[in-house]
Design a protein around this ligand. Structure first.
Ligand SMILES: [Zn+2]
Length: 88
């Protein structure tokens, strides 16, 4: 289902933000809706989860693909990663 408005994050309730994908990331469509709330429990728990499972200091943010409505993790390596790509 195509999404035209930024949906609320199911993890924290904040509105997601429109983000432009990096060129190097192959994706069907160049726009994502991403929760950039630094207090989002999904993002906060991600650091520990990634460390416990992969021993890497990264986390992920909730993202929505507006083309088909699928959701999943967007890997980020810091709090500010990807924030320069926010469009709205
Ligand atoms: Zn959130």
């Amino acid at each position: 289902m195509k999404i035209t408005e930024p949906p609320a994050c199911p993890h924290c309730g904040d509105m997601t933000k429109k983000m432009e994908m990096p060129m190097e990331a192959a994706y069907d469509g160049s726009i994502l809706y991403v929760c950039f709330n630094d207090d989002c429990p999904y993002f906060i728990k991600g650091w520990q989860w990634m460390w416990d499972n992969y021993r890497v200091k990264t986390s992920y943010r909730h993202r929505v693909n507006p083309v088909n409505g699928t959701t999943g993790p967007l890997p980020v390596w810091s709090k500010d990663a990807m924030k320069d790509r926010i469009l709205s």
